[in-house]
Design a protein around this ligand. Structure first.
Ligand code: ADP
Length: 239
């Protein structure tokens, strides 16, 4: 990637956004016929599909838990999702991301309702431009709701970070690579509970507080779009 001279010019980012602005976001619920629940998310140049199966009997059986369902998540990047073809199949990064996505979603599910069962969440990254784990969480939580699985709330997620001393919302790949800090977060909006927080780079305590606050505000906007996608699918009128 050719390094641009500056990532922020006259207070605006290279794609014209203000520091506190999200990329354009589109969410559609129920896009796959054969999954129990599904959702498609476009966030800027990211294109992400989530499919949910279950709750259903856990196979292999020795992975069954007698008192609870197990949430299984698989985050996968398509070979054509990035500039240089990505080698297909799991790698260290996707295994780690699958784990943090599972941990971000688990707190909203009533897994104890379904002993010996499994809920499978497949997240397929069709096109990547930074923020795929958070876009994946947004898609997965709408897909879980679309599958009719009881949930305390949705989970909303976004990355915040620091680019040339400015705290920004929803970093592009260029900002992620050339900026100083990338901090993806996921929250349960109604409880204001943080279920994922990672940080690549560093922030001062004051910057961290401002970044977290910006992330919460970004998640509130995403939450509305997630709810709207479910309302559209189920024909629920505006409140
Ligand atoms: P996230 O997508 O959640 O921001 P990372 O910070 O690890 O996760 O990745 C940032 C971006 O870097 C990805 O969205 C993608 O555009 C790019 N990327 C990640 N892994 C690869 C890869 N193996 N090959 C090419 N680009 C990649």
């Amino acid at each position: 990637m050719e390094k641009p001279e500056k990532l922020i010019v006259d207070g605006k980012r290279l794609d014209g956004r203000m520091p506190d602005e999200l990329r354009s976001l589109r969410i559609e619920a129920g896009v796959l016929k054969r999954a129990d629940g599904s959702a498609y998310v476009e966030l800027g140049e990211n294109k992400v599909l989530a499919a949910v199966y279950g709750p259903r009997e856990m196979h292999p059986r020795h992975d069954q838990q007698p008192d609870t369902a197990v949430l299984r998540c698989r985050y996968n990047m398509a070979p054509f999702s990035v500039e240089d073809r990505k080698r297909p199949g799991p790698d260290r990064r996707s295994v780690e991301i699958s784990k943090v996505i599972r941990e971000a979603l688990e707190p909203v599910l009533f897994l104890k309702l379904y002993p010996r069962s499994v809920i499978d969440v497949f997240i397929e990254i069709l096109q990547a431009d930074a923020g795929t784990r958070t876009a994946g969480i947004n898609a997965a939580s709408v897909a879980l709701a679309d599958a009719g699985i009881p949930m305390r709330d949705l989970v909303s997620a976004v990355a915040v970070g620091k680019v040339e001393d400015t705290i920004v919302l929803d970093l592009t790949k260029e900002e992620d690579q050339l900026g100083t800090t990338d901090m993806p977060i996921a929250i349960v909006p109604r409880k204001q509970l943080v279920t994922l927080l990672q940080m690549d780079g560093h922030l001062t305590e004051d910057e961290f507080k401002r970044a977290l606050d910006l992330g919460f505000r970004g998640c509130a906007q995403i939450y509305e779009v997630q709810r709207q996608a479910l309302r559209e699918k189920y024909g629920v009128k505006e409140e």
